[in-house]
Each structure stands twice: as structure tokens, then as C-alpha cells.
Write a protein that binds this ligand. Sequence first.
Ligand SMILES: [Zn+2]
Length: 115
Amino acid sequence: MHELGIANSVLEAVRAEARLHPGARFTKVGVRVGELSGVEPDSLSFCFEALVAGSDLAPLELAIERCPRRHRCPACDVSFVVVDYELACPQCGKAQTDCIGGEELELSFLEVEQP
Ligand SMILES: [Zn+2]
């Protein structure tokens, strides 16, 4: 399962941070998941919880920020969220627009427990 591998890399990234900050306890990790990334957020949450339970990182919460597909019009520079595969510029109607968002798959933040 694709999501299991991703959940694993998220945990590896958190462990790498933990090594850089001895003594710090992470409570929450944020991940940006783009609509076009091919990742199913529910499935990612499920895999993440399964991996964290009983591990050295428990309890660690996963916060998924879903990023919609965004396009930008090269003619009038307006950017917009693509809904129902409608890629034309809502302002000038130009059919050819550029994809500028929606493929994200990255860590956005790590929350540390305050002493
Ligand atoms: Zn336009």
C-alpha cells in the first residue's frame, strides 16, 4: 500500500528531528497532501495510527492539510482552485492554464510538547 510507505517516511522524518532535539517530545505532525498526489488522506491516517500505536513516538497525532488543485492563468495572472476539472480561467476564459498546486506531499509542521 502506497500510503503505508508514506506514513513510514513521515515517522522517519519525525525520528530524524527527534535526534536533532534530544529530550523534545513531538505531539503532532502536519502533512500537506495535494489532491493530485494520489494519496488518500483517510488511508494515510489509518496507516499512520497503526504504525504509531505502541511505537516510541506514541502518542503522536497526524494533521492532514488537503491542498486542492490550483491553476494560474498566464494571460491575466489570476490563480484559482480547479473544481470539477474546469481548467479554463474564470476571469478571461483562456483554456490553457498552468498547474501551480495540488501535487504537494510534504511535512508542514511539527508540534513540540511544552514543558
Ligand atoms: Zn485569464
